[in-house]
Design a protein around this ligand. Structure first.
Ligand SMILES: [Zn+2]
Length: 420
């Protein structure tokens, strides 16, 4: 076979281009010139991922999904890692999922929620989290750009609240007569599960709150922290007499520590299957809460309100399914909505759901479980992970703490109005 000089030059040039472009992707510049030194996720709440440098300042992140047991469901919404790089380096991070998500049995066609711009947070001290908006690149990648102000930066999906933050909170109020920690069991990996009893159990009414059933959603932890700080700091006579709050502050501790997205260490979703008691071997976290509620009711304490706090991309409050002619329920929930709008930055929709005869539900969530099984009026409160429209900005941990702080007034006004 004869090859012309022209063909030979072309073939050699194509090979050289290939070699250079591949080496640029794989190894960037020569090692001593790399501006990004390392990416670390081997710490509490760090998320499992693959990383790859492109050039010396572009970091490509591929996130691992979190899988549900006996189902096709999988979710990949959490990221948390630390970058070590030269201070002053401009960094572009591309965040992608290795596979698409499967939600309620249906594979997602959109790899990210395109309707809502997705927030991201950076921190130089792991205390203050600075919001940075991401932007889309193609169908599958989110881009984040910033300049390193120091040589270590932590990057996370949302302002991080992990087990250590909860331990600090418990230490802060240890011995305070308004703050009692009740042990109610252990997680799959034997981490202790607790209820924080805030206030006086002999108060006229009570509220039960669960936070962090899903590890990627720390908003509930910040709300609970704000609620507790204000309740104890205020030490208000009228609040103390009117309500006591039972709080499960971190339901999915194993998932939080391991930096996962949604399920517990046995692949169970704690906001599903609320029609019945959980198997303590597979979902001890939900089982422990159910037992606690049952024991409370046996002691004559039936909470007047149950709240399960989550994050999602849109925000809103979901109410338990009721009969459409239940006018007392509608009146009470209209008051609750009004109080939320007047006293907090809540600015999304309140979703009612009506009973339809003969209709089977495919899954039962917290609000319907508490209402049907225990006669407790309950809601699922989704904090918008990306935006607070009443403030016109991406949420910070302080905004969520403010919501918690103001919930004290909401509870007081809502519960005391029941007497009128
Ligand atoms: Zn959730």
């Amino acid at each position: 076979m004869r090859i012309s000089v022209k063909e030979l030059v072309l073939a050699v040039s194509i090979s050289l281009i290939r070699i250079f472009s591949e080496s640029a992707i794989v190894s960037g510049q020569s090692p001593e010139k790399l501006k990004i030194k390392f990416l670390d996720w081997y710490f509490e709440n760090g998320s499992p991922l693959c990383w790859n440098l492109q050039g010396d300042t572009i970091l490509k992140i591929s996130l691992l999904p979190d899988y549900e047991r006996e189902s096709l469901n999988r979710q990949t919404t959490h990221w948390h890692f630390r970058i070590d790089a030269d201070s002053g380096t401009h960094i572009r991070i591309s965040i992608a999922k290795i596979v698409n998500e499967v939600y309620n049995g249906t594979p997602a066609t959109e790899w990210w929620d395109k309707k809502h711009p997705i927030s991201c947070y950076i921190s130089y001290d792991r205390k203050n989290w600075i919001p940075v908006m991401t932007r889309f690149s193609g169908e599958r990648e989110l881009l984040v750009d910033f300049t390193m102000a120091k040589k270590n930066v932590w990057v996370a999906r949302l302002p991080v609240y992990t087990l250590s933050n909860l331990e600090d909170l418990k230490k802060k109020y240890q011995g305070n007569k308004l703050f009692k920690v009740i042990n109610i069991g252990t997680t799959i990996e034997k981490r202790p599960l607790e209820i924080i009893q805030l206030g006086n159990p002999t108060a006229k009414y009570s509220v039960i709150i669960r936070a962090r059933a899903h590890p990627w959603e720390p908003g509930g932890n910040w709300v609970v922290e704000g609620l507790i700080n204000k309740f104890i700091g205020e030490n208000s006579k009228k609040w103390n007499e009117t309500f006591c709050v039972y709080i499960m502050p971190m339901a999915n501790k194993d998932g939080v520590v391991r930096g996962m997205t949604r399920f517990n260490a046995a692949g169970m979703d704690m906001n599903r299957k609320w029609d019945k008691m959980s198997d303590p071997a597979l979902c001890p976290e939900k089982y422990a809460l159910e037992k606690f509620i049952e024991d409370l009711i046996k002691k004559g304490i039936r909470p007047s309100l149950g709240i399960d706090i989550h994050n999602d991309d849109a925000g809103g409050i979901n109410l338990a399914t009721h009969r459409k002619d239940d006018s007392i329920f509608v009146k009470r929930m209209q008051l609750f909505e009004l109080l939320m709008r007047e006293n907090t930055t809540f600015s999304e929709n309140v979703q009612y759901s009506w009973e339809t005869p003969g209709q089977q539900e495919s899954f039962v969530l917290f609000e319907n479980g508490l209402y049907r099984r225990y006669g407790i009026e309950a809601i699922v409160y989704e904090l918008n992970a990306n935006w607070i429209s009443s403030l016109g900005r991406m949420p910070t941990q302080y905004d969520w703490m403010d919501i918690g702080s103001n919930l004290n007034d909401v509870f007081y006004k809502f519960l005391s109005s029941a007497e009128k």
